[in-house]
Ligand binder design. Structure first.
Ligand SMILES: [Zn+2]
Length: 257
């Protein structure tokens, strides 16, 4: 039943969004408005969800975040970036319009605290924000919400576990704005730009391959939340490998300066 409520909530919010967007003609929110909504939602998450008390983790995420957003600044000037570590075991990270980024303790631990690997994820998240992917997804949001209801009906005879997986993959019931799943094209864009950001910030881009391999072997048993909102863009690891000659050049140059 929670399910129906979530569907209803999303639909209701989206309908509200369209109708309150008078004069703009399309179901697209302005960047400022989306950023404002994200800020409210992020504050709520910080209040409701456990924020990590591990100062070292928070300092590390702030340090990586600063280096990467210094590079990304040219693409998204004036963004008020904020990085928060959540005390959750699921290896997950997310970014919201306006520059709010959450990283779970479980992700830091999956990376064994390797800053290059964590920088690969943060680079990817910052790239989603820089490319305004959430905004673009929102404009397709009604389709997503309706699709979710259809999907739920179609899955009615399946086991509850399968249903939960399908719902997770679809992102319905997810928090508005934060975690509508990105498309595979957007994932590839974020992989590409994320690599460029982290390499230019002086983080070894080869770490991205290590990290995604870990994620992949973990996902054999169950689908981590991160992969449900960041679907594998097909041959992700192969793609990252193909980009190595270029980004290693950027990385080596960044190390020298
Ligand atoms: Zn992604």
């Amino acid at each position: 039943m929670i399910w129906m409520r979530d569907n209803f909530y999303i639909l209701f919010t989206l309908v509200l969004t369209i109708f309150s967007c008078s004069g703009c003609g399309v179901a697209m929110m302005s960047d400022e408005r989306l950023a404002r909504q994200s800020n409210v939602q992020f504050s709520e998450m910080k209040r409701k969800d456990p924020v990590s008390k591990n100062i070292d983790y928070q300092k590390m995420i702030d340090r990586i975040g600063k280096r990467i957003t210094d590079v990304a600044m040219v693409d998204v000037p004036g963004t008020d970036w904020e990085f928060v570590v959540f005390d959750k075991t699921e290896p997950n990270a997310f970014a919201m319009p306006g520059g709010k980024v959450g990283v779970n303790v479980g992700l830091i631990e999956l990376a064994n605290g390797d800053e290059d690997e964590i920088a690969a994820v943060i680079g990817h998240e910052v790239a989603h924000v820089a490319k305004r992917h959430s905004n673009k997804r929102m404009s397709q949001g009604v389709g997503v919400a309706l699709g979710g209801i259809i999907l739920d009906t179609a899955m009615r005879k399946k086991s509850s576990k399968d249903r939960a997986l399908a719902r997770g993959a679809y992102g319905v019931g997810a928090t508005l704005g934060a975690v509508l799943p990105f498309s595979r094209t957007q994932e590839r864009e974020a992989d590409d730009l994320g690599l460029i950001y982290s390499a230019k910030a002086g983080y070894d881009p080869r770490a991205s391959i290590r990290f995604w391999q870990k994620m992949k072997s973990r996902s054999r048993n169950k689908m981590p939340q991160f992969l449900s909102t960041h679907p594998d863009s097909g041959k992700r690891i192969e793609y990252l490998r193909s980009r190595m000659p270029y980004v290693m050049g950027l990385y080596n140059k960044a190390k020298k300066t």
